[in-house]
Unconditional design. Sequence first.
Length: 139
Amino acid sequence: MIGVPLLASFGVIIVLLLRRKLLIVAVTGPSMEPNYIEGDRLLAWRRSPRHLHPGQVVVIDTAPPSENPGPPMNIIKRVVAVPGQLVPGVMRGNDQGMLVPPNHVVVLGDNRRRSVDSRHLGFISADRVVATVIRKMNV
């Protein structure tokens, strides 16, 4: 029979591991409307950027660590293209389409008229993807 102290210790270890892997982010701004609105809280899983695919909603750090000494400034966007895929004319100054380079993604906000995304920022380094959104939290 497993003792209560052992179960409590196991529970603490699980909580600590989940805190390292889970991230709660708040939506600010209209760029992901109507799917996510201002004030929504999203549960995201910190994961390797190697497993991204179109359709995923991701949390992106907007500045590399060397340029961002303060707390991270994250944006939430939807992946629309991954390395090797052709992006048809969404990038600024390109009407014909481009191939997404290795280790990069193209992201767009769901509310295209009110989003700053790859159309303005260009290809996003996959290393800047902090987490993948799992679901909207009911608060």
